[in-house]
Write a protein that binds this ligand. Structure first.
Ligand SMILES: Cc1cc2nc3c(=O)[nH]c(=O)nc-3n(C[C@H](O)[C@H](O)[C@H](O)COP(=O)(O)OP(=O)(O)OC[C@H]3O[C@@H](n4cnc5c(N)ncnc54)[C@H](O)[C@@H]3O)c2cc1C
Length: 432
């Protein structure tokens, strides 16, 4: 082939086939964006009997689509990969997602926490409307097709995409491919991370999949578990150590005592930092303020009041209203010697050390960290090791807390991958 730039006019008239593998929100949004392009035939494949199973599960929690906070703050949620995600999120901001849902007939609203939900808190009507739109755009959906890798390129330079189906292996040729295979949690919904070795073998740099937005293990006494497993810890604040080893600001919220540790939204919010500490030091230093609405000086003064013959439990209940699970947790996480000092007890109420020993299993996590590393991809999210193959969604190596940032990140990377495919199909010389 000569070095003369290839004239694209004939190809622009010829329909180009794009194969998208993975029918989660990232794959569906890529399909929708590309199917709206002229001369583009889009086929979407998924291993499961139906697409979007994790998206539908997210609907059980109300489907937190995105967040209403100012965009400058919103983009910081993608740390430590903010620099990578920020341009993509700015090109696909929260309002664009709300407009997109509205165009599907699903109105959204901002909850008290600033999170954005569909007004009916359901994912299923949105998914039904979305699939209707995709059908209308001519997207062909193929379920029960498990991607197993790539074959040799065709003589026209197309990539051969291989699937395992109930009827045996199937190979389909494509001008471009988008992989949107999700992370590695909730394998029964399809996101099993089995794509990792396939891409690694093809020379793609990946980081191991790790739990994000997950619960943590903390061995409780048998009595504490019997009495409090499943009990919510309402109105607490937590803090931990940041990437530099400095204490983070207190974050108010709720957690839940589990049979072997802690979970819940405020724990998920600091889960990246807790995970890093466990990875580096074998344990994580979580601090809990059991009464975040009471100033420390007030707690100190009240606890220091004469106790007389009252037990500590009666005293703390009387002066602070502290009882039940919070009082039991205070006892559980402090050494017996501490109870000889009112000042130490008060300090523990406001800054209780709860040492966490491990993460709950990856498969239970709301999302996963790790995946395809940034350096394996071009700005257009094309794999440098596999030209013409683009990637989107949670399978990329970024993470974010809950709050709608995960889905927004999936849509944003899907949009970038779709734009990359469009540029690839129009700008590039077809592979020989
Ligand atoms: C309980 C729960 C609640 C959540 N709630 C929210 C929320 O409210 N807000 C929010 O922002 N995020 C939430 N999330 C996270 C969010 O659902 C995910 O981040 C998002 O679904 C990831 O989208 P994705 O398209 O990248 O991957 P996925 O949704 O995981 O989809 C990947 C798809 O690829 C398919 N696939 C995988 N491997 C293959 C293969 N080899 N061949 C063919 N197909 C394959 C799978 O079957 C699946 O359909 C929640 C997650 C969970 C578990």
């Amino acid at each position: 082939m000569s070095g003369v730039p290839h004239q694209q006019t004939p190809h622009q008239q010829t329909p180009r086939r794009v194969i998208i593998v993975g029918g989660g929100p990232a794959g569906l949004y890529t399909a929708e964006t590309l199917a709206a392009q002229p001369h583009t035939v889009v086929d979407l494949y998924d291993a499961m009997p139906s697409p979007g199973r994790k998206f539908l599960l997210a609907g059980r929690g109300g489907l937190n689509l995105t967040h209403s906070e100012p965009l400058d703050r919103f983009v910081t949620r993608y740390a430590p990969q903010q620099a990578w995600l920020e341009p993509m999120v700015r090109a696909c901001p929260p309002q664009a997602l709300r407009d997109w849902a509205a165009a599907l007939g699903i109105e959204t609203f901002v909850g008290t926490s600033g999170r954005v939900f569909p007004t009916d808190f359901k994912a299923a009507p949105l998914m039904r409307a979305w699939l209707r739109r995709l059908r209308g755009l001519g997207v062909h959906l193929h379920v029960r097709h498990r991607w197993t890798g790539f074959g040799a390129a065709t003589s026209e330079g197309q990539r051969q995409v291989c699937f395992q189906t109930p009827d045996g292996p199937v190979t389909v040729a494509a001008d471009a491919v988008v992989l949107a295979l999700g992370g590695g949690s909730w394998a029964r919904l399809g996101s099993d991370g089995q794509w990792m070795p396939l891409l690694e073998q093809a020379g793609v740099a990946v980081s191991p999949l790790r739990a994000a937005n997950c619960g943590f293990l903390r061995p409780w006494s048998a009595d504490f578990v019997t009495r409090f497993a499943g009990t919510p810890l309402k109105t607490i604040a937590v803090r931990t150590l940041d990437d530099n080893g400095t204490r983070t600001p207190w974050r108010k919220g709720e957690a839940v005592i589990s049979a072997d540790g802690l979970e819940g939204s405020v724990i998920y919010a600091v889960s990246r930092l807790l995970r890093q500490q466990i990875e580096h030091a074998g344990s994580a230093d979580l601090r809990m303020d059991l009464l975040p609405d009471r100033p420390e000086a007030e707690v100190m003064a009240l606890v220091a009041r004469p106790r007389g013959s009252r037990s500590w439990s009666t005293h703390l209940k009387k002066v602070l209203g502290l009882d039940g699970v919070k009082l039991a947790l205070l006892r559980e996480c402090t050494p017996p010697g501490l109870w000889s000092s009112p000042a130490a007890v008060a300090a523990a109420v406001k800054d209780l050390p709860v040492v966490l020993s491990a993460l709950r299993p990856l498969d239970e996590a709301i999302s996963t960290a790790g995946g395809i590393r940034r350096e394996a991809l071009t700005e257009d999210l094309e794999l440098t090791a596999l030209p013409g193959v683009f990637c989107a969604g949670e399978m990329l190596d970024w993470e974010a807390p809950t709050g709608g940032y995960l889905l927004t990140g999936c849509y944003a990377t899907a949009l970038r991958a779709a734009e990359g495919v469009r540029r690839f199909l129009t700008d590039r010389t077809p592979r020989a």
